[in-house]
Design a binder for this molecule. Structure first.
Ligand code: AMP
Length: 560
């Protein structure tokens, strides 16, 4: 009975539908997010049939935000944050101010009060952390220049939002036509001061105490040797710090979790901690998108198309336009500026919270919230398209930046990439712990070598050598085409992920029936899987380790 077990019903129906619609979205070659959002619309209260518990969905989504931001923090050090402050602080504040003004203007056109316009403007000025971070992670941009600025920008937006949430109940009624109790400037400044002081106190506590205590705790647990306890400890720290940050210091969950992660990022354990939270993070991120879909009332598209379009234009053109101009003013390249601007061209969780607050204060009614939700869901769906355009027109953008594409561009490729001129070469996929060693060997043997590596910066060590490098996901057909697999002699797939490795082997075999393909595996079942897809040789890491170990013991036995 769904109504007796609302949590189980939500998880089963929501995740089940997200899986089915996500698969369909994948088949249709659109973003998985579209599938998840649609699953939310289906289990939401505005469509017939089963309606899941909305309040529960929102809380679960919040857990997703916490884990996501904790993971982001783990990859981000205080130093990284300081390095981008000169651009992130003024950039985010000016962009938010401009977006709020645009929202006020739109609100005026729609006949809202000044207070109502302020709610609308604030809601439209803040990007969704989850959507932006997922976008960066999917494109492996987290460690890039654009990624670091975008994360710094997000942190500032988040801080300003905390301030807005505190100040809206005071400023809103003053702007509203109700002429409600005026509050003196002094009192407003006091509130701002108090909020900022609380945020500062939280950061200070984390830097002075958390920075020592949390890594020490995890080290202690790591030494117990129990993986289960370690996993639990990481979760307890991430959720615990986020919760107490919110309860004691009035900081958002997201910011609390981010700082918890950042404090840990200086410790050796951070990588392990990140891995432990990955599966949970992904599952909860899906729940986040389901919860957004649930809030959406599709009727708004029919009832208020013009207003919806106006709101959408602010999100899709206004905010990114302003961000782009500001970034160019800060002398960032076209490519970096466009990446960040497009990343900000969407709204999500904070906007819903603001809309809810606006309704509570009587500044806006439900129509405005529906518009904000409509714009959120549509902008989240459109966002991947913007990134697609960015890829499609990359050569044009790079020309603006003065970077000339190395060679002619494959005309029909869905993703434009400079095509290599190498033939009879070796293509090495993945330049990590395994790939690096393979690359050294192949170079020593005199192979003409092309490396495909997904992580920006990972292959940086190769830049000055004679080895050609392509940055991108090798599972993408356009990347493989640009590597001229059809003309290659050897393909070495040195990545650990079996799904991506399978896709790569399959595509490489189709493109070139004669090429020798050597692939990497970690489990017994992966060997026949990759062989079936066309690998000539699959090297099972664990087997090779065991073999080498045994070789050592044999030497001892002979001597004994
Ligand atoms: P390791 O497990 O240390 O050998 O690292 C694997 C390397 O492969 C990392 O540097 C990843 O960034 C890279 N990698 C993983 N998946 C892909 C992919 N689909 N395309 C290209 N590089 C990848």
């Amino acid at each position: 009975m769904p109504h007796d077990n609302p949590l189980i019903a939500l998880l089963v129906v929501g995740l089940g539908l997200a899986f089915i619609l996500g698969t369909i979205a994948n088949r249709l070659r659109t973003s998985l997010l579209v599938g998840y959002l649609m699953a939310g619309v289906v289990v939401g209260p505005f469509t017939p049939g089963f309606a899941a518990d909305q309040a529960l969905a929102l809380q679960l989504a919040e857990v997703g935000v916490i884990l996501l931001m904790f993971g982001v923090g783990l990859h981000f050090s205080v130093k990284d944050l300081m390095a981008v402050r000169a651009i992130a602080i003024p950039g985010a504040i000016l962009q938010m101010a401009a977006s709020i003004l645009l929202g006020e203007g739109l609100g005026w056109l729609m006949g809202l009060s000044a207070g109502g316009g302020l709610v609308l403007g604030c809601a439209l000025s803040i990007a969704s952390t989850v959507v932006l971070m997922r976008g960066l992670q999917e494109r492996r941009l987290v460690d890039s220049d654009a990624g670091r600025i975008a994360i710094g920008w997000l942190v500032i937006q988040d801080l300003v939002t905390v301030l807005i949430l505190v100040l809206l109940p005071i400023i809103g009624p003053i702007l509203g036509h109700s002429g409600a109790a005026h509050m003196g400037l002094r009192a407003i400044l006091l509130m701002v001061g108090e909020t900022l002081a609380k945020v500062a106190a939280f950061v200070l506590v984390m830097l002075l105490i958390g920075r020592r205590l949390i890594p020490a705790l995890l080290h202690f647990i790591a030494h117990t040797g129990s993986r289960e306890l370690f996993r639990l400890a990481v979760l307890a720290v991430a959720l615990g710090v986020a919760f107490f940050a919110a309860e004691l210091f009035g900081v958002s969950f997201a910011l609390g979790a981010f700082v918890a992660g950042m404090v840990l990022s200086e410790s050796q354990l951070s990588l392990r901690a990140a891995e432990e939270t990955l599966p949970l993070r992904d599952a909860f991120a899906v729940l986040f998108f389901i919860s957004v879909g649930m809030l959406f009332d599709p009727r708004v598209i029919v009832h208020e198309p013009l207003k919806l379009l106006g709101v959408l234009l602010v999100v899709l053109i206004g905010t990114p336009g302003v961000a782009f101009l500001l970034l160019r003013l800060f002398k960032r390249s076209w490519a970096t500026s466009l990446t960040i601007a497009f990343g900000l061209a969407q709204i999500g969780e904070f906007s819903f919270i603001l809309a809810g607050l606006g309704i509570g204060l009587g500044l806006v009614d439900h129509d405005v919230r529906d518009l904000i939700l409509g714009a959120a869901i549509l902008s989240i769906i459109i966002n991947p398209l913007l990134f697609y355009l960015l890829k499609r027109y990359r050569p044009w953008i790079e020309r603006r930046d003065g970077i000339l594409p190395a060679a002619a561009v494959e005309p029909d490729a869905p993703v434009v990439m400079s095509r290599t001129e190498l033939t009879q070469h070796a293509v090495l996929i993945g330049y990590g712990r395994v790939g690096r060693r393979v690359a050294d060997g192949l170079r020593a043997d005199g192979w003409p070598l092309l490396v495909i590596e997904a992580g920006e910066g990972t292959a940086r060590g190769l830049e000055d050598s004679d080895v050609a490098v392509m940055t991108g996901n090798a599972a993408n057909p356009a990347v493989l085409a640009a590597a001229n697999i059809a003309g290659a002699k050897l393909v070495v797939v040195a990545i650990p992920d079996i799904f991506e490795a399978g896709q790569i082997v399959d595509q490489a075999r189709t493109a070139n029936p004669d090429v020798r393909i050597i692939a990497r595996a970690h489990f017994d079942a992966e060997v026949p899987h990759l062989t079936r897809l066309g690998a000539n040789l699959v090297v099972m890491g664990e087997e090779e380790i065991a073999r080498s170990m045994l070789a050592q013991t044999e030497a001892l036995t002979v001597r004994a």
